[in-house]
Design a protein around this ligand. Structure first.
Ligand SMILES: [Zn+2]
Ligand SMILES: [Zn+2]
Length: 344
């Protein structure tokens, strides 16, 4: 039986909307402690070889915590159990994603669930001291509406996605730095880690009022409230999962079939140009449209912006007109798209 954890000597409150792994690393940094030692102190022992129990790594714990883990962390840190639970993706279960029944895994086949990793806003990292938002892990997040820019997909130095692997237990976390393996920082040859400053990453900036920012706000507000009440849903609000399924269906097919000319009627040119700069293999929705989330923030932005242009339109006639244009683009590929396909 594991002994009850002691109370940590230093307190550090989670940032608003912060992901669990980010907070645990910030706690370890505050204590100047390797992450593994911090986890032991929280009553979260490291896995033992191949017999590792499910839900054992910080990455998996950011998806879902077991009840005794929540109690243990709450006891050691003084943070309310409910607040700790809100720092895991389980908080969005049934709204923005679905978790698998018996595993701490996101179902990638439903609602654009993102199995692992996190996008990030370099400005948010800079202003918060390297704290990561939980919503950046959602397949639905593509822009920061506070800093008016697209989110970054990966470290530009080593090219790796962030936060899809557990942090090294023997290392003291350094918030805001790339923690993936790689040695591309010429001034730090001693470390096997990349170490790139993630606050210094360029992404496309968007002028205030850009429709992509409006689309991101509509999506995140609906996820937060649990209901879609904008545009075509205003008269008859729908559970957010229903609205996101609508968006996913049309958006995925658009990415697979529409050309830049067709997209340009509903998507601002700066987004299309950025989208076209992504290698074609990463730009496509996927082999099976609608199956999984787009791999880049800009592709997600293009697809969601196009569909929200129609769905956010309060005038149902106008919404129908925009949607007809989008459907025409899809039918070009001999895809038999019907109303039931979209509003299933
Ligand atoms: Zn930001
Ligand atoms: Zn890196």
């Amino acid at each position: 039986m594991t002994a009850a954890p002691r109370t940590l000597p230093l307190r550090l409150q989670p940032a608003e909307g912060e992901a669990l792994d980010s907070w645990l690393e910030a706690l370890a940094h505050r204590h100047h402690s390797p992450l593994g030692n911090l986890l032991e102190a929280l009553g979260l022992p490291s896995p033992k070889g191949q017999q590792a129990p499910r839900c054992s790594s910080p990455t998996e714990r950011t998806i879902k915590l077991r009840p005794h883990e929540i109690s243990s962390i709450a006891h050691a840190t003084g943070v309310e159990p409910a607040r700790i639970a809100r720092m895991t993706l389980a908080h969005f279960h049934g709204r923005a994603l679905l978790l698998r029944e018996r595993q701490p895994r996101v179902n990638r086949h439903i609602l654009w669930g993102r199995a692992s990793g996190s996008r990030f806003c370099p400005d948010c990292l800079a202003s918060s001291g390297g704290r990561w938002q939980l919503t950046w892990r959602l397949g639905w997040s593509f822009a920061c509406v506070h800093h008016l820019r697209l989110l970054a997909d990966a470290c530009p130095c080593c090219g790796n996605t962030q936060r899809d692997r557990p942090h090294q237990r023997t290392e003291i976390p350094h918030p805001g730095r790339c923690r993936r393996a790689g040695n591309c920082e010429p001034d730090d040859r001693r470390s096997a880690l990349c170490g790139h400053d993630l606050t210094d990453v360029s992404t496309l900036t968007l002028p205030a009022g850009h429709f992509a920012l409006r689309a991101q706000t509509l999506i995140l507000d609906a996820i937060t409230s649990g209901a879609a009440q904008f545009g075509v849903y205003a008269r008859s609000p729908q559970p957010v999962a229903v609205a996101l399924a609508d968006v996913r269906t049309v958006a995925s097919r658009l990415l697979a079939t529409a050309n830049s000319e067709e997209l340009s009627s509903v998507v601002p040119g700066d987004l299309i140009d950025e989208h076209l700069s992504v290698p074609r293999g990463r730009r496509m929705a996927l082999k099976r449209p609608g199956f999984m989330a787009p791999s880049t923030a800009v592709s997600t932005a293009v697809a969601i912006t196009a569909v929200l242009k129609a769905l956010s339109e309060p005038d149902i006639q106008q919404a129908g007109s925009i949607m007809r244009d989008l459907l025409r683009a899809m039918e070009r590929e001999d895809r038999a798209v019907t109303a039931s396909d979209i509003y299933h």
